[in-house]
Design a protein around this ligand. Structure first.
Ligand code: NAP
Length: 298
């Protein structure tokens, strides 16, 4: 038990690169907080940071990375192409790199399978969709600006469309999707795996004001293990085989979420969490101009 090093765990991608199993999330991490959170995480041992152009905090994330003193090459840095940039992928990555103050990212994701018109975000382009976007994303490979490319919020239907299109020459390395016990998406996780796509789990704690904080199954396993509910949720994800991206701007929680070494969940614990029936989704598609989820991931 004592030698279990979950924090050192990585998952091998279809490119051969290894993505660290635990990364710091930064969505909704406010200005003035996010830089300190990134710095605290890297000092605590994290080597994986997840951000996005759309979070509006790339600049401060970059500052936090530099303030930590951890060499850039030791850090896995993910950012994402925002919806209004789908027709401007080359510009999109350049903007993110400039914000972050780095010459490359380890992973560049299409944030949503939805292009929106920059002049009116309530409208999707009718002459451009994510297959066109992916064609442009593929051109970034080999430029030195991105080490891996992937997608996010892609369900099976959209992945099928992408993978079956003749222009798709590179299988996404990662599909970053919402994964927690109340949105476990077993079909989508299995589909990703069958195509050699790594699933990365966002909102692993169930996001802000999570109902999972009071879930009886999680609380009882946490009590029995002498651990916090958040730690149980993170280890469940890692043991299920996906990377997890807990967000926090609270130093004590950032540190607590890293205390995953030297213990594990039993198969029975994992099965009990798998059996949680309550369902909720943090990120639906109601705010998007088109539907992107089709219920094909359950
Ligand atoms: N690709 C996408 O479309 C997408 C969508 C959503 C999220 N994401 C990524 O995934 C990351 C994580 O998802 P998320 O931000 O939705 O939520 P999350 O990580 O599931 O939960 C974050 C919430 O949990 C709290 N928290 C953190 N550690 C805790 C602990 N040990 N005990 C109790 N509460 C704790 C945080 O509070 P404090 O910060 O106040 O400590 C915050 O309110 C995001 O930040 C982002 O990087 C990606």
């Amino acid at each position: 038990m004592a030698d279990i090093k979950n924090t050192a765990k990585t998952f091998k991608l279809n490119t051969g690169d290894q993505i660290p199993a635990i990364g710091l999330g930064t969505w909704q991490s406010k200005p003035g907080e996010v830089g300190k959170a990134v710095e605290a995480a890297l000092r605590a041992g994290y080597r994986h940071i997840d951000t996005a152009f759309g979070y509006g905090n790339e600049k401060e994330v970059g500052q936090g990375i530099r303030a930590s003193g951890v060499p850039r090459e030791e850090i896995w840095l993910t950012t994402k192409l925002d919806n209004p940039w789908h027709k401007r992928v080359a510009e999109g990555i350049d903007s993110s790199l400039k914000n972050l103050g780095t010459s490359y990212v380890d992973l560049y994701l299409v944030h949503w399978p939805c292009s929106t018109n920059p002049d009116d975000n309530s409208k999707a382009y009718s002459d451009w969709d994510f297959v066109d976007t992916w064609r442009e994303m593929q051109k970034l490979v080999g430029t030195g600006k991105v080490k891996n490319i992937g997608v996010s919020n892609f369900g099976i239907k959209n992945l099928e469309r992408l993978l079956n299109d003749p222009s798709c020459k590179i299988v996404p390395a990662v599909n970053q999707i919402e994964l927690h016990p109340s949105n476990p998406s077993p079909k989508l996780v299995a589909y990703n795996k069958s195509k050699g796509i790594h699933s990365s789990g966002y909102s692993p704690l169930g996001s802000s004001d999570s109902p999972l904080n009071t879930n009886e199954t999680i609380l009882s396993i946490a009590k029995e293990k002498g651990r916090a509910p958040a730690q149980v949720l993170l280890l469940w994800g890692v043991q299920k085989g996906w990377s997890v991206l807990p967000k926090s701007v609270t130093e004590s929680r950032i540190k607590a979420n890293w205390q995953l070494d030297g213990w594990s969940l039993s198969d029975e614990d994992v099965a009990k969490i798998d059996a949680i029936e309550d369902r909720f989704k943090v990120c639906g598609d109601s705010w998007l101009p088109i539907k992107v989820f089709f219920g094909d991931d359950e």
